[in-house]
Design a protein around this ligand. Structure first.
Ligand code: PCA
Length: 202
């Protein structure tokens, strides 16, 4: 069995992205389950085809996408992806879609099928704060989450897909004194617990 975990490159003038930096800290296997890691560009078009290709080519049994949410106070387990790109700033390729559907005939929203409340409790039991979130926004993270969920539905069997938003690290929050932060080690601990719970439910 195989799990795909993705992160994002830096964007928006922040010098790093914890969703990329935490990937090397995650194990390459959990028991017999292989963990494949991939960094995605913060660009609507390229991130979309890259996550779709990763699902159809790697055929993972479970997909967990990660992204940074500056201002998050906990690991935020996203409940739903919506069929809308509405960028508040240009992406790393200079693209700034406004009120554009991701899939013109796609469903308005797609829920993550993962056991999010159980994953939340598992993260919390390691001493790391975790919350459920009802919006992944309308920027590149929501785009990747939506494309991954829609692509998964085309596969048989469809792999469950989830998305977790991560806070800033203390280092990245230094110049943003009003923003909360979490260490990469805490993120790693919480994410391993979340992955183990999601794998258990397969
Ligand atoms: N966060 C952005 C895109 C990339 C990332 O790490 C978002 O929340 O949409």
């Amino acid at each position: 069995m195989k799990v795909l975990v993705t992160g994002f490159e830096p964007f928006g003038g922040v010098e790093g992205n914890p969703s990329e930096d935490v990937l090397p800290l995650l194990p390459d296997a959990l028991g017999p389950i292989q963990i494949v890691k991939q960094v995605l560009p913060v660009a609507f078009v390229d991130s979309g085809w890259q996550i779709a290709a990763a699902l159809t080519e790697e055929r993972p049994d479970l997909v967990l996408c990660l992204g940074l949410k500056s201002g998050a106070m906990a690991l935020e387990l996203e409940r739903i992806a919506i069929n809308l790109d509405d960028a508040y700033m240009p992406d790393n390729a200079g693209d700034q879609p406004r009120e554009r559907p991701i899939l013109p005939h796609g469903p308005d929203g797609i829920f993550s099928p993962l056991p999010l409340k159980r994953m939340q409790r598992a993260i919390q039991s390691t001493g790391v704060p975790a919350q459920l979130s009802n919006s992944a926004g309308t920027y590149v993270c929501n785009h990747v989450f939506y494309v991954a969920l829609a692509t998964a539905r085309e596969l048989s069997p469809p792999p469950p897909v989830g998305f977790i938003h991560l806070p800033l690290t203390p280092q990245l929050a230094l110049s943003r004194y009003d923003r909360p932060s979490m260490t990469l080690e805490d993120m790693r601990r919480g994410l391993v617990a979340a992955l183990a719970t999601a794998i258990d439910a397969l």
